[in-house]
Design a protein around this ligand. Structure first.
Ligand code: C2E
Ligand code: MG
Ligand code: MG
Ligand code: MG
Length: 277
């Protein structure tokens, strides 16, 4: 009867929650182990100019769990919930700078920084010392007079404490560190913020690129590109998968393009091959 059915549903419901909790607890335990074993690695996705020349790279976190390479969607939320994200992003920056000096890239590499890393008290100091340490070691490829690091921040980060982020950008700019706004258009930030933050790049979110056939989306994308141009901010379109999207964005004057149409994220050794081919 109905009463019995209701009871069973509650039973099922509770079992679902239990399974979820157990899954989460397992993930937390595995992440703890992964952090101490330094199982996080960097994949690189190049982005290109309108002639398809590589002009920059984005460093993307991967979890090398045994023979599997896990995507951020499978673990990043849990990592960001704790303090581990700060250690892992610190490790990623070290790896990126080592890879830059080893492979000798001549273009900037973006790293995605979480809110927790951005609000580290010692972030500026740590970045500057990481850069200078490698230069001092005599590695000529790390030249801090060039822009080699590009920090990607999401809108949520500067809504948290606008003045802090504004100062961080101004301060690190003196050390030739670039800043980008990631996933632009997905948050709630006011356009007036854009003129007050001296960022170098704005990344147009995939959700716009996917819907360029829609008239309104197309108009908004066009406006974002025009606004960026007037503020001297370079635009990067994210998630470009088709020639048609590439052509439309080119006609709008978008500066750079990132997406599977050009390159997928790849390991350091794959990148090495591409850069030398
Ligand atoms: P994101 O920063 O917006 O990075 C771009 C994501 O779009 C990457 O996913 C990339 O593989 C994917 N992508 C690029 N081109 C295409 C395309 O043409 N089609 C499709 N479908 N996808 C494309 P990924 O590597 O899975 O990373 C997802 C998100 O995880 C990133 O989005 C970023 O928010 C976060 N993430 C990655 N690494 C880090 C990190 O070191 N720290 C933090 N805090 N977040 C990170
Ligand atoms: Mg990004
Ligand atoms: Mg993005
Ligand atoms: Mg995105």
């Amino acid at each position: 009867d109905a009463k019995q059915k209701g009871k069973n549903q509650i039973g099922f419901f509770r079992k679902d929650i239990e399974e979820d909790v157990i899954k989460r607890l397992n993930l937390i335990t595995e992440l703890e182990r992964a952090v101490s074993n330094k199982e996080f690695i960097v994949y690189y996705q190049p982005y290109v100019d309108r002639d398809k020349n590589i002009v920059g790279l984005e460093a993307l976190m991967r979890w090398k769990k045994g023979d599997n390479i896990l995507l951020p969607s499978e673990f990043i939320e849990e990592l960001e919930a704790g303090q581990y994200i700060v250690d892992v992003e610190d490790l990623i920056i070290d790896n990126v700078l080592d890879d830059i000096s080893e492979l000798g890239f001549s273009f900037p590499v973006s790293v995605n920084l979480s809110i927790k890393s951005l609000f580290r008290k010692d972030l500026s100091q740590s970045l500057i010392s990481k850069l200078t340490r490698r230069k001092v070691k005599g590695n000529i490829n790390i030249d801090i007079s060039h822009n080699i690091l590009n920090i990607e921040i999401i809108e949520r980060s500067f809504l948290e404490n606008f003045e802090y982020i504004r100062n961080l950008i101004e301060n690190l700019k003196k050390f030739n560190i670039f800043f980008s706004i990631d996933d632009f258009g997905t948050g709630y930030s006011s356009l007036s913020y854009l003129s007050k933050l001296k960022v170098n790049f704005l990344k147009i979110d995939t959700s716009f690129v996917k819907n360029l056939n829609d008239k309104d989306t197309k108009n908004v994308t066009n406006a974002i590109i025009a606004l960026s141009k007037s503020l001297n901010i370079k635009t990067i379109a994210e998630g470009v998968e088709t020639v048609e999207q590439f052509e439309i964005l080119k006609s709008m004057g978008c500066d750079y393009y990132q997406g599977f149409l050009f390159y997928r994220p790849m390991s350091k050794s794959e990148l090495h091959k591409i850069l030398n081919s």
